[in-house]
Design a protein around this ligand. Structure first.
Ligand code: NAP
Length: 285
């Protein structure tokens, strides 16, 4: 693609950002759709976060993704926050707006689009979420008005309780509950959709899963892992060994990026374009 005087810039702020795959998503989409835009990673140290947002505005940077550790910390420096992102309390996408940037959370709708594209039934599902960190929160709010029931399991149960309480308030019904992870034997269902949202099993510590008991996995219909490195985690192996379907987090990465791209460029990415970008991501991994 030709960079010229009209090329617009989008990027990623976070720390670290060196291993990000987001440039593959956005630069491929720009090329496929003939949009004169480039996407670059910008490492930002925490003491410079406010200056980075101000500087981006001054440079007319059209949009930014925000990654760890700034998804919550960036909120005070935004002029506006989208309703869903405000409820979740975290943003991962900023769009240039009058006087600064408006924040969005595309992890939440991205997870839904990822699951739809993998043909995973969410509506009415009996769901378990393993973990109660940032992405588990987005998953819980995504499921709030769709799942039949949500149980959040976490090593630190207080964090899971807090999310369940907020989700119930948001949904206006008692859809979510929480359980300390090591009490998983108390689960009475037999056809669970499980979203794996802890760090366990991520490269390089790949031989780990929150629950190691094969009896648990016999109750799992679908295991939806949010990690994509390794491509097939220990959690996924255990789900498949017990006869369930397992998916990794690469589609979440893809669709949270696609939704950000659609916000910045006011366009709609087709299934064919999404598939092509997905292929490039797999090549990169
Ligand atoms: P986070 O906020 O740091 O939360 C980490 C979660 O993992 C917490 O629930 C934590 O439990 C649990 N955990 C960590 N170490 C543990 C251990 N030794 N034993 C038991 N539980 C442990 O992280 P996050 O941002 O939500 O990310 C979670 C995972 O999702 C990461 O692996 C990340 O790669 C993945 N992710 C993927 C995408 C994607 O695009 N595919 C996007 C975002 C995140 P405690 O609360 O007890 O500490």
């Amino acid at each position: 693609m030709e960079i010229n005087g009209k090329t617009e810039v989008c990027g990623l702020i976070g720390n670290p950002v060196e291993h990000t795959l987001s440039p593959v998503i956005h630069n491929t989409l720009a090329e496929l759709m003939g949009i004169n835009m480039v996407y670059l990673p910008f490492p930002v140290s925490s003491e410079h976060l406010q200056e980075a947002v101000k500087g981006a505005e001054a440079l007319h940077i059209k949009g930014l993704n925000v990654t760890v550790p700034y998804k919550e910390k960036v909120l005070p420096w935004l002029v506006e926050v989208d309703e869903a992102a405000r409820v979740i309390g975290a943003v991962n996408t900023l769009e240039a707006a009058a006087g600064g940037y408006k924040g969005y959370n595309t992890d939440m709708p991205g997870l839904y689009r990822a699951m739809i594209s993998d043909d995973v039934r969410v509506d009415g599902a009996e769901a378990l979420i393993l973990g109660a960190g940032g992405v588990a929160r987005a998953a819980a709010f995504m499921l709030a008005d769709k799942a039949g029931k949500i149980t959040i399991l976490n090593r630190t149960p207080e964090k899971a309780w807090a999310i369940a309480k907020e989700v119930n308030r948001y949904a206006g019904r008692q859809v979510a509950e929480a359980l300390e992870a090591e009490r998983y034997r108390e689960l009475s269902g037999k056809d669970y959709l499980v979203i794996q949202a802890t760090n366990l099993g991520m490269y390089p510590d790949t031989e780990r899963a929150l629950i190691e008991d094969q009896d648990f996995y016999r109750k799992v219909r679908v295991g939806y892992e949010l990690i994509y490195n390794p491509f097939r985690t220990r959690f996924m192996q255990m789900v498949e060994a017990a006869g369930g379907r397992a998916f990794n987090g690469l589609k979440l990465l893809l669709y949270q990026g696609i939704i950000a791209f659609e916000i910045w460029n006011h366009c709609e990415v087709t299934k064919e374009q999404a598939d092509l970008v997905y292929g490039r991501l797999v090549e990169k991994l």
